[in-house]
Unconditional design. Sequence first.
Length: 315
Amino acid sequence: MRLLVFLAWLVLALGCQKDVLTLRVFEAGSVPVSEDVTSVWFLDSLRGFATAGAAWIRGHVLASEDGGRTWYLDTTVVNRLERVMFDSHGVGFVVGLHGLAMIRWPGDSTWYTFRTDYNWHRSAYFWSYRHAVLVSGDGFQGGILRKLGPEVWYIDTLHRFVNSLYDVWMTDSLTGCAVGLGWVLRTEDGGRSWQRQPPRGDLFCSVHFPSAQVGYVCGRGGTLLKTTDGGRTWQVLREGGSIGHSQSFRALWFTSDQHGFLVGDGGLFWHTTDGGRSWLPVHGLPRAANAAHVFAQGGRGWIAADAGRIYRFEY
């Protein structure tokens, strides 16, 4: 009887195994630092930047000119950096610990500091070099949301929250969403006011909108959310924290409304082609790697991970 039960379980387990997607290119880049890499952004297929660092020790901006195969040290600062992004005009922005915020102009090789304070900036979205939304948080508490403008060194509006905030994305100059510990927020006036949305129950750590209406959110406890109306309502694609759903997600990125990537702890790397209804594990990311960020465009992608690791892939 026990043998029959075991065989039945084995057949069921094998039948439930997911296929694994093998990409045509997946390789580790050569990175000159050993601190955690926290984000990555590419301007085109060759030129990219990444942030890295160790809290209270140092931070780095890394750069690549060969599509992420090799990286060099661009800038070093006194504390950990969390996020890099570029706007549509090629202006670059970096934020991190100690309230550090820096800007880099097109054609210039220098990052200029325009803000420092005592907060831990987790993420930011700049829709121009004059206007941005910054989200901050110290551990799991002390969330702060700043609307910057009409110049980036001027605080237009400041909101404080009990829990930490971790990410923000704007679909245009007025509409966007911010997420954090138990919070999904939405603005319709460029960040001056925010309305809390119903999703609760996870540390929501990443939000991305591939289009104005379709957006996705993931949580550290394994939750996946989707909106098809610009963040007004959210559908639960995956309930985190339950049996069989105890994955630790860190970041997601969609190249279209249907096609996206999801990364997390323990080498987690997933791919969807149906708008998040189903996910296929992707072969390549080591189980020892804890991925912090993913960025993809034009058939290429990059993953930022702990211990000074950046991976490049082609899909």
